[in-house]
Each structure stands twice: as C-alpha cells, then as structure tokens.
Design a protein around this ligand. Structure first.
Ligand code: NIG
Ligand code: FE
Length: 396
C-alpha cells in the first residue's frame, strides 16, 4: 500500500453534491490517496502521515476531467476540410469517408502510436478519463481492431459501426445495417462497453430513426449500454429515440425543440444531454442553450468530441470556456458538467467527484480559483495529477 498526501491546496473543488451550482469547494483542505483511491479529505491541519507529500503551492485541485465523447482511433488529416468550412462549406458527415480510408490503410502500430500521443495530450490538458469510439473502420475487422486498440487505454470503449454508411454500401443501406446489427456487433461486443449511432436524417451518410433503432436494440440485446449522436445537424428524432430506449446519453443536442427538452427533463436521472460546444465552434453551427436545459431540469455533460472532422481538440478547459461564453452556463455549472455530469453520462460514480472511496483522479489548476478555467481561455493552466495506477480504469 502506498499513500500520498496532497497539501498546500488553495481551493479543493470536490463536485461532491448533486447541484451543479454547488461545487463543494473546501478551503484549507488536504487530501490523502492510498493506492490510487481517495482515503481521506479534511482540514490541512489534521492531515495524516503519508509515504509521499505533494505540496501544490496554493494551486486549485479539481476532479480530473471526464471526456465522455471522443473518436480518437484514426489516421489521416482533414485540415483542408476545416479550412473550407470556415469559408462557408457546410458539414454533412461526408468527410468521415476520408478518415475511414486513411484509418483502414494504417497499420496497428501506427494507429496505436497515434492514439497514445492523443492520450498523452489530453492528460496534459487535465483529462483523466476518456471514452473512445470506433467508427472509422466500418468493416468487421477494422471496427474490432479500433476497439481492441482503444481498450488498451480505457474501459470506456464504444462500438460505432453505425457512424456512416460506407461508400461500398451506399446503394445497399439495408445490408450495411444488417451487418452492423449482426456479425459486426457480435465481433465488436467483447471489446466495447457501449454502442452508439449517428442518428441524423439531415446527413445522407448517417442513419435514420428506424435504422438507428435496429442497431441500438441489437446492441442492447448484446449487453451493451446505449449512447446516441442526435440532433446535431438539424431537428431530428435522436433525442426521442435515446429517451425511449433508455440511452445513458444523447450527444450534440444542437437543435432541440420543446418536446425534446421536456423528454430529457423527464428522464434526467438516467439520460444525460451531452453538449459538445467545440463542434459548434468548428462547424459554424449555433450553440444550444445549456442554461435553458438546466432550468428545465435536464442533466447535462460537457465533452470534446475530439475527432478529425468536427472538432480536432482534446481540450476540456477550452470546452468549458466555450460553454460559459456561448451556452449560458456559469463557470461552476460548466466545471460540474465536465466532471460529475460527464461521469454520470458514463454511469460512473467512482470518478468526477472527489470523495473518499473514489478514484484519486485529480487535476491541478495553476490558478487561484477554478474560475480561471473560463477566465483564461486557451492558457494551459490544467494538468492531470492522477495518483491511480494507470490514470484510467483498467479494462475489464
Ligand atoms: O460527433 N457526427 C458524427 N461524428 C463526429 C464527426 C466525425 C467526423 O467528421 O469525422 C461528430 O461530430
Ligand atoms: Fe461524435
């Protein structure tokens, strides 16, 4: 057993309540971790003896960010697509095929190396738990490969064979849906905790409500829990489908009508609306009104959606600053959504909050207060200080 005491904490943000406005901030507090778990939190004057002491010199300690939505297993580059979009080209998901081709052509070693570098990057930005989707393989072998590689880095892996209809099935959508819901799912399920679908009638490449229902229902039958990409490019059925099928989260929620908001509020205990403001930023889309969601009683999370098409950033601090500036959240609500809220979208209670018994996944802010996350956009003030064995939950 090895123990570490964190002392000299200027502000300890625990996120230990259920109210996003109350971050559970403690001053003059210390924290002791034992074997990667939080063993003690209390007044600094009473800190028990520990094998190692880390003095953070009046910096802020927050729960490590939980990034509950990413697509990090890919090769290739779509910088030119981004540049075209900034001069007016709309996003419709068609660029995903470019990444699929580059990813299929990459070796296992290349993909693993690219993913490892991206994981290092997000740790340096303060993220300690990452969800990773497949979805740039779209064959049985390539989807399984992506999940197998992702599984080396996180237990939160998501099968996204239903990302887009691959070019070779463009005239035969039904057969691709059968493949995803049948043999591809059976092969992928041992490597995935979740299944996700890009449910988007506004994209010719993505899946309509009935196709999405077939895939998600098959995933549930195979023992996977559900996530949904919904309401990204326009109003659509994604939110209602996610609620109906008991998904843990519906992500994007860029275009919501009153019925969508009411439906999400009614299931706030079990289904989260995950907001991805980096996508709105990088696709010139309108930002959803997060304040409206909170006041209606919807549970929200924030994540990056880091991917080569709609948001090539793994920075949760940047996402927080966007959510505050553009989506009507207070800095406290945004930080809560990026930690405890995002953990809820992964149905995890052991992360996202600093309480005794939880994982000691800590992030240090080089700042006098958590407000600086939104107040100093683009400045690298956050870094992960994970005291748990690997910084990630080991794969089951
Ligand atoms: O979440 N919407 C679908 N998938 C990603 C984008 C993937 C890509 O363009 O490569 C998203 O925005
Ligand atoms: Fe996504």
């Amino acid at each position: 057993m090895s123990s570490t005491a964190i002392i000299g904490i200027g502000e300890l943000v625990t996120c230990d309540g259920t109210d996003p406005d109350l971050l559970g901030i403690r001053s003059n507090a210390a924290l002791v971790a034992e074997d990667g778990m939080i063993a003690w939190i209390g007044p600094a004057a009473d800190v028990p003896a520990a094998d190692t002491k880390i003095d953070v010199d009046r910096r802020v300690i927050i729960p490590g960010f939980v990034d509950s939505h990413s697509h990090l297993v890919f090769a290739g580059d779509r910088g030119a697509e981004f540049a075209a979009r900034m001069t007016g080209q709309p996003y419709d998901g068609g660029g995903i095929g470019v990444t699929v081709a580059a990813t299929r052509a990459a070796s296992d070693e290349e993909l693993t190396g690219l993913l490892a570098a991206r994981i290092d990057e997000l740790h340096t930005l303060g993220t300690t738990t990452i969800e990773i989707k497949s979805g740039y393989g779209l064959t049985v072998g390539d989807e399984v490969r992506a999940l197998r590689i992702a599984r080396q880095f996180t237990a939160e892996t998501t099968f996204l064979g239903a990302h887009v209809i691959p070019a070779e099935y463009a005239r035969d959508r039904a057969h691709y849906v059968d493949l995803v819901a049948g043999p591809m799912l059976q092969a992928a399920a041992p490597y995935a905790r979740w299944i996700d679908v890009f449910c988007e009638p506004h994209s010719p490449h993505a899946f309509d409500a009935e196709e999405a229902r077939v895939v998600l229902s098959a995933g549930a039958d195979a023992g996977l829990a559900l996530r949904v990409h919904g309401n990204q490019l326009g109003p659509g059925p994604g939110v209602q489908l996610a609620v109906e099928l008991g998904a843990a989260t519906v992500d994007h929620c860029t275009y919501l009508d009153d019925d969508d908001v009411d439906a999400l509020a009614a299931v706030a205990e079990s289904t989260v609306a995950t907001l991805l403001p980096g996508v709105e930023f990088c696709t010139h889309s309108p930002y959803p009104d997060a304040a409206r969601l909170l006041s209606a009683g919807v549970a929200i999370a924030l994540a990056t959606d880091c991917n080569p098409g709609t948001c090539y950033s793994s920075s949760m601090p940047w996402v927080i600053s966007l959510a505050v500036r553009e989506m009507g959240l207070t800095p406290a609500q945004a930080l809560y959504a990026a930690t405890a809220g995002s953990a809820k979208s992964l149905r995890r209670t052991d992360i996202g909050r600093l309480v005794v018994g939880n994982r000691a996944d800590l992030t240090v802010l080089d700042a006098p207060s958590y407000l600086h996350l939104a107040y100093r956009p683009g400045v690298p003030i956050a870094r992960a200080l994970s005291l748990s064995a690997s910084g990630e939950t080991p794969a089951a």
